[in-house]
Write a protein that binds this ligand. Sequence first.
Ligand code: KG4
Ligand code: ZN
Length: 354
Amino acid sequence: MLQVSKMNDPLILGIESTCDETGVALVRGGELLADRTATSMDEYARYGGIIPEIASRAHLESFLPTLEAALEEAGVELSDVDAVSVAAGPGLVGSLTVGICAAKSLATSLGVPIYGVNHVLGHLAVDELVDGPLPEKFIGLVVSGGHSNLLLVNNIANDVQELGGTLDDAAGEAFDKVGRLLGLPYPGGPHVDRLAQQGDKDAIKFPRGLSGGRDKERYKYDFSFSGLKTAVSRYVKAKELRGEEISKEDICAGFSEAVNDSLTAKAVRAAVDHGVDTIVVGGGFSANSRLRELLKERAAAKGITVRIPPIRFCTDNGAQIAAMGSQLARNGVEPSELEFSPDSQMALDEMAMA
Ligand code: KG4
Ligand code: ZN
């Protein structure tokens, strides 16, 4: 393993392959030089979900062209790279393996350190590239098809505490399942969001998981969306049995309100409880219109600033992995040993593989 001392303005090559996106980016310090993404999502619409075998093969095919495009866009040579940063988890093992093999080969041939970084933390680190240096302390809300987490971040390179997360479905996953239930195309999230905007959020009152009685305190920063999904399913079935019309718009609006009520109330509560004045949001679900609206409204009422990067930096991308590697290098964190393996369940207080 190569030793590094704190790097000032390191040129970091970031590689992301946790799910269906092959992302390659170059970041110098806190500045983004290039960010290229290839996706195999179009292949999954007919299956109604991601097929890991197809995703792994697509990473293999896309990696070199994506790398070449990123180097050209940044106007740098591979030999200029100071360190390689690659997503080590959480994610699909086969997909992660492809990115990690590529990253190890590059780091070895270039003779530079490698960081096997936490992909979820990357969703927060990327905000530096857009909105400037991260605040000293903040609440991180990561919401996507695979994750829904609330984090207390003291220093993203070495001090992150997991406050809570989903006990069952992630927010995007719950939207996708309700989309399927209503016969909408995959992935259902954006379609449910679109219909929700045309419906009445108060027409149908769906339950908020973990928000009443003893659960409210015991799971104060956790989420649960599977009961809600079942409630939507029961509602639709009962209407069908009675031969009554359903309003997809009102169902989506009521469902979206229930998910976003939980997410935003708990994120703001976490900030207030920890005396933090900034919430940083990441993950593909942050495209959700009601999440953005309600979070900003509730945070503003408590004097809290919300930072949400543009959507292209919220869905999985190489920039988030390069940004995370840059944080580690600038904070003098030891690189990973070359032997590390993918960790599909990588813990959220683990910034990088040892
Ligand atoms: O971050 P991402 O690309 O995937 C993971 O890393 O897991 O996020 C994709 C997820 C999908 O579940 C998708 O349906 C959901 O985010 N999504 C949305 C919206 N846009 C994307 N869900 C609700 N409203 C949206 N506007
Ligand atoms: Zn992600």
